[in-house]
Design a binder for this molecule. Structure first.
Ligand SMILES: O=C/C=C/C(C(=O)O)=C(/O)C(=O)O
Ligand SMILES: [Fe+2]
Length: 285
């Protein structure tokens, strides 16, 4: 089994890097940490970056997870190869581009690009937000799945994720005490389905609600509260048409041995206990 220590970063292709830097800083409230002609590194905590927008193919994305030890990369390669999954090694330039000491990459059974990284760089410099969105950390991300049972088997048997809750076919997966850091949603495509940043409180979610409306940002779900993780949330669209989420108050599962996942019915009330209706394809009946 491949132990995932934490989520690390997302690499997101885009057509217009300036537009994504503007959105990431002025709207999302991330800090622009570094920028080259083709790459923009943004963060909401003290990591070197959480999101890297890359000028070029807007359909490109990759999600990265940290493994605890360098030896885990070799072990992971062995396990993936045994399953017939091709593994690539990051060379020095690719490691530098990702601000990590070492990494391997592969595609999961859904053709999602996944990177396993060793020693993602963190900074000793406090995250300095470009607007006071109240971000506390990079929270989680959703992945598309064209075959949930197949992908769930991969994430829970090959990787170390555990099911916290299911909603219809969808699955919320934890890799530590946080209720979920990965979410799989039934879909007809591949890649990242939504990007979540945790904010400090309900005040930040509600402030975002007014702010996003004023800025003309399309809100696609919420404000509301997830009955699954109990988090209060708001979802909105970036200019890249990706779904972004702020949420606050995600529950922790501390009774690892005794916890049994729940299975929520595929109804809007399983996504929001206040009555908000999702305008997100993968969350709809
Ligand atoms: O119901 C879908 C989403 C649930 C949650 C949650 O329980 O917090 C998410 O954050 C999500 O996966 O978007
Ligand atoms: Fe989410």
């Amino acid at each position: 089994m491949i132990t995932l220590h934490d989520i690390s970063y997302l690499r997101l292709g885009c057509r217009d890097l300036d537009q994504m830097v503007d959105f990431g800083t002025r709207i999302l409230g991330l800090e622009l940490r570094e920028r080259t002609a083709t790459h923009a590194y943004l963060r909401g905590d003290n990591s070197a970056f959480n999101l890297c927008y890359i000028q070029g193919d807007e359909r490109y994305d990759a999600s990265a997870f940290e493994v605890p030890a360098l030896a885990d990369l070799a072990q992971a390669e062995q396990e993936l190869s045994a399953l017939g999954i091709a593994v690539q090694h990051g060379d020095e330039a690719a490691c530098e581009e990702r601000r990590v000491d070492a990494f391997i990459s592969f595609t999961d059974p859904n053709d999602n690009r996944i990177e396993l990284v060793y020693r993602p760089h963190v900074t000793g410099v406090r995250y300095f937000p470009s607007r006071d969105a109240g971000i506390t950390e990079f929270g989680h991300f959703g992945l598309h799945s064209r075959d949930i049972e197949r992908d769930l088997a991969f994430w829970t048997e090959v990787m170390s994720a555990r099911v916290s809750d299911r909603i219809g076919d969808g699955a919320l997966l934890r890799i530590d005490e946080v209720h979920h850091k990965i979410a799989l949603f039934s879909s007809d495509t591949t890649g990242v389905q939504h990007v979540n940043f945790q904010v400090a409180s309900i005040d930040d979610v509600m402030r975002a609600w007014y702010f996003l409306q004023e800025q003309g940002v399309p809100i696609v779900f919420g404000p509301g509260r997830h009955p699954t993780s109990t988090a209060i949330f708001i979802y909105f669209l970036g200019p890249d048409n990706r779904v972004y989420e702020y949420s606050s108050g995600v529950k922790r599962i501390t009774d690892e041995a005794g916890y049994v996942p729940r299975h929520f019915e595929m109804k809007p009330s399983s996504f929001c206990m206040w009555g908000a209706r999702p305008n997100v394809k993968e969350f709809s009946e």
